[in-house]
Design a protein around this ligand. Sequence first.
Ligand code: SF4
Ligand code: SF4
Length: 131
Amino acid sequence: MNTYEIIYSTENSSEPVLSRVILETKALVNILKADIDQDKGVMVISISGSTEDAKRVIKAFSRYGVKIRKIEKKILLDRDKCIDCGACIGLCPVYALEFDKKKKLVLYEDKCIQCKACVKACPMKAFLIEE
Ligand code: SF4
Ligand code: SF4
């Protein structure tokens, strides 16, 4: 997934930057996670389309003074440690964790937005962050 973290500062947190970027670039931008208040904000977005589309979106955000970085690291599941307790499933904001028919946990890496909620919650430390 073409996933990016965008970070607003005090100067631009009250501006409708995302709407402007979408209108200007006509790119398909999907908000996966948002944590915003009056002072600052962090959003995780995915950008559909070509590399050129993503480059245009990145440039537009930068022009408005908003930091944007590609999320590269993957969350991996160590099957040897997981005891399939299910404690992580309900915490995942994008439904990237599910039981299969045999009640074994499955991680859909293409859906994961690396929020790390599951990493912190797992009693077995079964998640790894790829370096
Ligand atoms: S919380 Fe940890 S042990 Fe439990 S299902 Fe999730 S990965 Fe497996
Ligand atoms: S890091 Fe874990 S909880 Fe967060 S999106 Fe990925 S699988 Fe879901």
